[in-house]
Design a binder for this molecule. Structure first.
Ligand code: ACO
Ligand code: ZN
Length: 168
């Protein structure tokens, strides 16, 4: 992690304003405080923040869902859905999102028994697609007109296993 003082920890209610600020600054998909707290109450172990020198500079939030597998057709699975992830611009490309994703996947297995992780990403969002590629996600389908402005999404997914519990 080079020399940055990075700490990934669980989200707490008092982090909400900062997380919403990061979301609004970094992404066009914004949510109500109720939406964040609902995800937190459902899956507290997979809502994480990244602190650099005690200031939150990134977050990831996942929702655990029982649904059809994205990677193994016609089977029911426990999925960890990465609803949103962002890192403040001056802190990007230092491994913060990678650290958040590793911990979120680890906790998805450890606390919720998730068997795969999935997400949607804009087809134009090259930094994010590269991040997910590097983490071993595969494109599972293209969702036409998924976003408000009509842009398509790639759905990307990755099977999870015990290995995701060992990268502490
Ligand atoms: N260009 C090309 N590849 C990139 C870039 C970039 N600008 N940024 C990250 N990557 C890829 C690289 O492969 C990188 O590995 P490397 O550094 O060894 O080359 C890998 O991703 C990991 O990078 P991290 O440093 O861990 O990622 P970072 O902390 O910079 O965060 C993120 C990546 C979250 C996509 C950030 O750019 C961001 O906040 N963007 C705006 C918000 C956003 O797009 N969020 C994702 C939306 S999809 C969703 O939320 C499900
Ligand atoms: Zn989604």
């Amino acid at each position: 992690m080079g020399s940055i003082d990075l700490k990934v920890r669980l989200f707490r209610q008092e982090d909400l304003d900062r997380v919403m600020e990061i979301n609004v600054t970094c992404l066009p998909e914004n949510y109500s405080s109720f939406f964040y707290m609902d995800i937190y109450h459902r899956s507290p172990q997979t809502f994480l923040v990244a602190e650099v020198g005690e200031v939150i500079q990134g977050y990831v939030m996942c929702r655990i869902e029982r649904a059809m597998s994205k990677v193994k057709k016609l089977s029911l699975a426990k999925l960890s859905h990465v609803v949103s992830i962002a890192v403040m611009k001056p802190h990007r490309q230092r491994g913060i999102a990678t650290a958040l994703m590793h911990k979120a996947m680890e906790n998805s297995v450890k606390y919720y028994g998730a068997t795969e992780c999935f997400l949607e990403v804009r087809v134009s969002n090259i930094p994010a697609i590269k991040l997910y590629d590097k983490l071993g996600f595969k494109q599972t389908r293209r969702i036409y007109g998924y976003y408000m402005n009509g842009e398509d999404a790639f759905e990307m997914a990755k099977p999870l296993n015990e290995e995701n519990q060992q990268n502490e």
